[in-house]
Design a protein around this ligand. Structure first.
Ligand code: CA
Length: 312
């Protein structure tokens, strides 16, 4: 916390707000650990991604614990979003390991291959958003580092906490994370901090009779039912019982950069390449290639998300 406060104070003092020349990517790939029983927040993120024209959504990689039924549901959501042809591919389902100079991974390699194929075919640069581990991005880098460095606009990674809590997506595969942080490509780290879709907001979604609202409401129902049966007390402990709302984690990812000021979004430059696996503190570094998102207006970001879910 102290390191963070110092970094922030330094940043404010020097008035070095990062100036963003919003150069939108020519294509963006979302990799996300969608699931029926694990945290269903990624279904909300996937909807925001599919509706984010400014990102030019090019495909979805199913990360970490994919099943065929998840793939079918993802295609259904894409259909609802009016993007029936967007590729949905399976990604790596286990830990990466070193093999000589490169990385080896268990099934599936389609996600990494899809990232490289998209980079080869894209006219401009490609943004990669990772809301699960960085396995698919790291495997793609290992398969063709030159192409990856040349064509990746940025990797946006939701995981690293500002205050040093457990960083699930990073610690799920530290080899994947350190590969990406040391790849030379700019990484924007977004702390996985709770943005609460409140009980009344969730009720509004449930009462709205549209395909996407029915879809998301059903994902929450299935998940709560499974949690209740298998992890006693979890929903109560995390304040996510029916009526209490749902914790979401990645919403700032989907705010267009030219609107950051309206959402109170502030990033500071840093260099995560030094040691990402140590729950890095990411000290302020004016010459750093990476960015750390340190501030946003939670209410404004939530309203943005809710408007897109309610299709207002
Ligand atoms: Ca996730």
């Amino acid at each position: 916390m102290a390191a963070f406060a110092v970094a922030l104070a330094l940043f404010m003092f020097e008035g070095c707000q990062v100036r963003h020349e919003p150069e939108e990517p020519s294509a963006t790939i979302l990799s996300t650990d969608l699931s029926l029983c694990m945290d269903p927040d990624d279904w909300f993120d996937t909807w925001l991604f599919l509706k984010s024209e400014h990102l030019s959504p090019a495909g979805i990689v199913l990360a970490d614990y994919t099943t065929d039924s998840v793939a079918v549901l993802t295609k259904e959501l894409a259909m609802i979003a009016g993007k029936p042809d967007i590729p949905v591919v399976k990604g790596v389902q286990g830990k990466l390991r070193r093999e000589g100079d490169s990385l080896a991974a268990p099934d599936f390699h389609e996600g990494a291959e899809f990232i490289l194929e998209t980079m080869r075919n894209a006219r401009g640069k490609v943004r990669l958003i990772a809301l699960g581990s960085l396995r698919n991005e790291a495997l793609a880098y290992s398969m063709d580092p030159d192409l990856f460095r040349r064509k990746a606009e940025r990797v946006v990674f939701v995981s690293v906490p500002v205050h040093g809590e457990f960083a699930t997506n990073l610690e799920r595969d530290t080899l994947a994370a350190s590969t990406i942080y040391n790849s030379g490509v700019s990484v924007m780290s977004i702390p996985a901090l709770k943005q609460k879709l409140t009980g009344p907001m969730e009720e509004r979604v449930a009462r709205t009779d549209t395909p996407v609202c029915r879809f998301l409401t059903e994902r929450l129902r299935v998940w709560r039912e499974w949690k209740t049966a298998n992890e006693q007390g979890f929903l109560e402990r995390t304040q996510q019982l029916m009526g209490m709302g749902k914790n979401l984690w990645s919403l700032p990812v989907f705010i267009p950069e030219n609107e950051w000021d309206d959402y109170g979004i502030v990033c500071y430059p840093c260099n995560g390449a030094t040691d990402p696996v140590m729950r890095a503190k990411y000290p302020y570094d004016p010459d750093g290639k990476d960015l750390m998102m340190v501030q946003w207006n939670e209410k404004a970001v939530l309203k943005h998300a809710l408007d897109i879910i309610l299709e207002k």
